[in-house]
Design a protein. Structure first.
Length: 301
């Protein structure tokens, strides 16, 4: 995807609103994830406590992910995006009152994760509705790149934000990011509402999805690889504060910046190599998995 493709797709006002909404909402959720991890570790100094925080995010995804996707298809996706962003912004404000209580931190993390499960399946399907077919590759590439860039940006900025403005202002900034994302959704056109809301039809579509995965091994394999990679990322996020504090003797708030900062360089190098070497997709994936495994093994040593 070249520079011109990106510029062309960004000329689309509706897509630009959707993409900027994605930028602010993704940055908000990633900032929140790392700030909560640092906060929980600061309160407990236990990796187990951070693991429970990760579970608070993962369990709603496991329980609601597929069902939420089926339900979202029955509503105007613009309204789903609007309310998800607004409700998450309001929920973040709740941390101002509960930042010293681990139980309520977990509870609000579960709530925000549950709302996010309805946000994700409403965002992607809007792209082909507002972007011409010849711009779909550029639009999808920009969305995927934004996910990874904001993930790293959230980690890199979390520590400096806490050191610079404190925990309360950090939560206010994150809530503000969600409210900005809410406002930007207004530039996205509405889509037709699907009238069939019956429980029977929802079960049928869920069964159809399971049958499709069983019949398409390539799609199933890609899904397993995606889940596996996200599991690795979640595990690393859980271990990050403890690694920085007890092994590398770094200040906790600097952990995200010093350890995730180099990852940005790694993503840039990887993107350049993939675009220049032109290896088959299967080879790229294999190199990535084996390379990460060897790097983690060496880190253990």
């Amino acid at each position: 995807m070249g520079k011109i493709a990106i510029l062309d797709v960004l000329k689309n006002k509706a897509f630009r609103g959707l993409w900027m909404s994605q930028v602010f909402s993704q940055l908000g959720i990633n900032l929140l994830t790392f700030i909560l991890a640092l906060r929980v570790y600061a309160l407990t100094e236990r990796n187990t406590a951070v693991s429970f925080l990760t579970m608070s995010v993962v369990i709603p995804a496991m329980m609601l992910g597929v069902v939420a996707g089926v339900l979202v298809e029955r509503f105007d996706k613009k309204k789903v995006l609007f309310w998800c962003n607004l409700l998450r912004g309001i929920a973040v404000l709740g941390f101002l009152l509960t930042k010293e209580t681990i139980f309520f931190i977990y509870l609000l993390a579960v709530l925000i994760s549950a709302i996010t499960q309805f946000f994700v399946p409403a965002e992607g399907p809007l792209i082909p509705k507002i972007v011409p077919a010849n711009h779909l590759v550029g639009a999808n590439s920009l969305f995927i790149m934004t996910i990874f860039v904001t993930m790293l940006a959230g980690g890199v900025l979390a520590g400096p934000l806490l050191d610079g403005v404190g925990i309360d202002i950090s939560f206010l900034i994150i809530a503000g990011l969600y409210f900005l994302a809410t406002a930007l959704v207004l530039f996205v056109p509405s889509n037709d509402k699907i009238a069939n809301h019956t429980t029977i039809r929802i079960k049928e579509e869920f069964s159809e999805g399971v049958k499709f995965l069983r019949a398409n091994r390539i799609v199933l394999t890609c899904l397993i690889l995606l889940v596996g990679s996200q599991t690795v990322i979640a595990s690393l996020s859980t271990l990050l504060p403890g690694l920085a504090h007890k092994t590398l003797f770094l200040p906790i708030n600097q952990a995200s910046t010093l350890l995730l900062g180099p990852a940005i360089l790694g993503i840039i190098i990887g993107a350049v190599l993939v675009s220049q070497l032109h290896f088959p997709l299967r080879v790229n994936i294999t190199i990535g998995i084996v390379g990460v495994s060897l790097a983690m093994f060496c880190l253990g040593l």
